[in-house]
Design a protein around this ligand. Structure first.
Ligand code: OSB
Ligand code: MG
Length: 369
């Protein structure tokens, strides 16, 4: 296959409900949609779901646009390739910048699966026909407001709830949610905000029967995670710490995790995300697919990835409607009683709504070979 043209669309959508984590708060999001066109005219779409600020990872929407326009598009235009796994070779000289790469890797997979006439999930080797969705709830203005949010999502059928925590918003909200829902599959995510000196606050969470504590410490501080894991029964899950399969290998040998959150964006695409799944699965580590508030294109890719066997825990693949009133794909991703059906149509399995994208684009460029 040969990419002859690429378009980047920076699309802005308002969020249904403001989302706040230990590191940032947002009421609208700009994601970059990557449209790759091959010599036969076939199209593959991908999504760069970088937050606008460098608070989750070092990348921003602007850095992604720059890397995409200046390095990634030129690396692939006019080059021959056979399988989506081959694409990464073309941009191998570009270090890091996983969010930017992820949009291109995903677009390559979608283009390949579309051309081959197979669903994206099948192309990846997925076997599940349906994936279980969990919700991620941000830091709320009060415990009552949080309890209301939990109720609302349980009523919608989601079987797992993850709560964002931060110093000052940890033991008390968790105690309140656990008291109201003794059997709920509940976990917390600190987005790396605690220091090892604050470990006592995290140990205090051990009594609430949480499914996991996600990324308590800074991304590079694998030793702190290993130290805490030795002292608590609750499994530690890594998110920000694992950007490459080599990071996972290091974390495994340090026993710094018992669960892995795999994000397509954070790892640089479906190819490395699948490799991380394979490695974790062989090490007996359960995985789930994390989200970055993806628009429909990235969301559908997450659903396809979650159809792989090792994704045995609920993934952040809630319905588009949790975040957006209208999505860039039709139909949007929907969940029924907390489960999302894996599409059986070729490629992404959803139509891309190019008119809606054009209406909401704040910048577009086209590059050709
Ligand atoms: O750590 O999982 C995270 C959103 C932005 C930055 C970091 C995270 C998140 C989420 C989003 O939790 C969950 C979703 O997309 O459903
Ligand atoms: Mg996380």
């Amino acid at each position: 296959m040969k990419i002859v043209a690429a378009r980047l669309h920076r699309v802005r959508l308002p969020l249904v409900h403001e989302f706040r984590t230990s590191s940032h708060g947002k009421s609208m999001l700009d994601h970059i949609l990557v449209e790759l066109i091959d010599a036969s005219g076939a199209v593959g779409w991908g999504e760069i779901a970088s937050p606008s600020d460098p608070y989750y990872a070092p990348e921003t929407v602007e850095s992604c646009w720059h890397i995409a326009e200046r390095y990634l598009v030129p690396a692939i235009l006019g080059k021959d390739w056979n399988r989506p796994e081959d694409l990464a070779q073309l941009w191998a000289k570009v270090r890091g910048n996983q969010f930017a790469k992820s949009g291109f890797d995903t677009a390559g997979w979608v283009l390949w699966a579309t051309t081959a006439g197979v669903p994206l999930a099948d192309a990846l080797g997925g076997t599940r026909t349906e994936v279980v969705a969990g919700v991620s709830l941000g830091i709320e203005p009060s415990i009552d407001a949080l309890l209301t949010e939990v109720e609302r999502h349980l009523a919608a059928g989601y079987p797992r709830v993850k709560l964002k925590i931060a110093p000052g918003w940890d033991v008390e909200p968790v105690r309140a949610v656990r008291a109201a829902h003794p059997d709920l599959d509940l976990h917390v995510d600190a987005n790396g905000i605690y220091t090892e000196a604050q470990s006592d606050q995290l140990k205090a969470l051990d009594e609430f029967n949480l499914t996991m504590i996600e990324q308590p410490f800074a991304p590079r501080d694998l030793l702190a995670h290993a130290n805490l894991q030795r002292e608590i029964a609750t499994p530690i899950c890594l998110d920000e710490s694992v950007e490459t399969v080599e990071d996972l290998e290091t974390a495994l040998s340090l026993k710094a995790l018992r669960v892995l959150n795999i994000k397509v964006s954070r790892m640089g695409g479906l190819t490395p995300a699948r490799a991380a799944h394979d490695r974790a699965h062989s090490a007996g580590i359960p995985v789930w697919c994390g989200g970055m508030h993806e628009f429909g294109i990235g969301r559908a890719a997450n659903v396809a990835l979650s159809s792989l066997q090792g994704f045995s825990l609920p993934s952040d693949v809630s319905a588009s409607a949790k975040y957006y009133t209208q999505d860039v794909i039709t139909p949007p991703v929907t969940a029924t009683q907390g489960a999302v059906r894996v599409p059986t149509a070729a490629g992404l399995g959803h139509e891309v709504d190019t008119a809606f994208i054009a209406q909401n684009a704040v910048a577009t460029i086209e590059l050709t070979s």
